[in-house]
Design a protein around this ligand. Structure first.
Ligand code: GSH
Length: 86
């Protein structure tokens, strides 16, 4: 069963940097959306996830979408579900 991910984030956010550093160290490549530069991405995040806080990981599995907030929870989730399976 496969999942797809999009990470909502922006450059200067330290919690986003933490997640991006984890991605780089793990060799994971995910699509990124910048909620500061891209108003549409910010709207998607607010509408879908219910909050503009970043980082937020959009997870799609079998057509079902989940929005995961909190940098440490995102890292733990990706470590368990994505690292080594890409
Ligand atoms: N505990 C959160 C903190 C995230 C956080 O504070 N993000 C800030 C940017 S650095 C933010 O999104 N602020 C704007 C907002 O909440 O709408 C985490 O670890 O992800």
């Amino acid at each position: 069963m496969s999942e797809s991910y999009v990470l909502y984030q922006y450059d200067s956010c330290p919690f986003c940097q933490r997640v991006r550093r984890f991605l780089a160290e793990s060799g994971l490549s995910l699509p990124l959306k910048d909620t500061l530069r891209d108003p549409e991405a910010r709207r998607e995040l607010l509408t879908g996830g219910g909050d503009t806080q970043v980082p937020c990981l959009r997870i799609e599995r079998d057509g079902e979408v989940t929005w995961l907030y909190e940098s440490l929870d995102i890292i733990a989730y990706l470590r368990a579900h994505a690292v080594g399976s890409a």
